[in-house]
Design a binder for this molecule. Structure first.
Ligand code: IDP
Ligand code: MG
Length: 149
């Protein structure tokens, strides 16, 4: 089964919507594999955003991500990488559909609440940046047979 890395950025923490975001993934039927509430160092903040090196917004993004605590998570489910991207909505909340996390909870591209991996490779990379293998919890939700055929 596929795994993805999700983070609630400092704006989501400060605005008190961590529970709302987590609830959406739980209610969908996805399985939580790991979770950590932490402050991110400059080095660590730049790693998942390697693809944006040289872009004008990177320094602002890194100082924002390091400005306060974040909630980093690993979630698991069939097709989860694409589905969570859809549930997050477009990067710029003004283009994000109503019903998505960014469409419902955010206004500004620099304060868009959540990060989610955009592919298998980035998911693997981002999970390994933030979590040790032994921090990924293996467990069997008893409701799985009501979610998967
Ligand atoms: P994503 O978060 O939807 O995957 P990316 O293009 O990977 O979007 O950008 C990473 C993060 O950088 C975005 O979530 C957003 O917070 C920030 N960002 C992206 N583009 C801009 C921009 O043009 N101005 C300001 N911030 C941006
Ligand atoms: Mg991205």
């Amino acid at each position: 089964m596929e795994r993805t890395f999700v983070a609630i950025k400092p704006d989501g923490v400060q605005r008190g919507v961590m529970g709302k975001v987590i609830s959406r993934f739980e209610e969908k039927g996805f399985k939580l594999v790991a979770m950590k509430f932490m402050k991110v160092s400059n080095d660590l903040a730049e790693k998942p955003y390697g693809e944006h090196k040289g872009k004008p917004f990177l320094s602002g993004l890194v100082s924002f991500i390091t400005s306060g605590p974040v909630l980093v998570m690993v979630w698991e489910g069939n097709g989860i990488i694409d589905t969570i991207r859809k549930m997050m909505g477009k990067t710029n909340p003004k283009d994000a559909e109503v019903g998505t996390i960014r469409g419902d909870l955010a206004i500004d591209i620099g304060r868009n609440i959540v990060h989610g991996s955009d592919g298998l490779e980035s998911a693997k990379r981002e999970i390994s940046i933030f979590f040790k293998e032994e921090e990924l919890v293996n467990w069997e939700p008893t409701i799985h047979r009501w979610i998967y055929e």
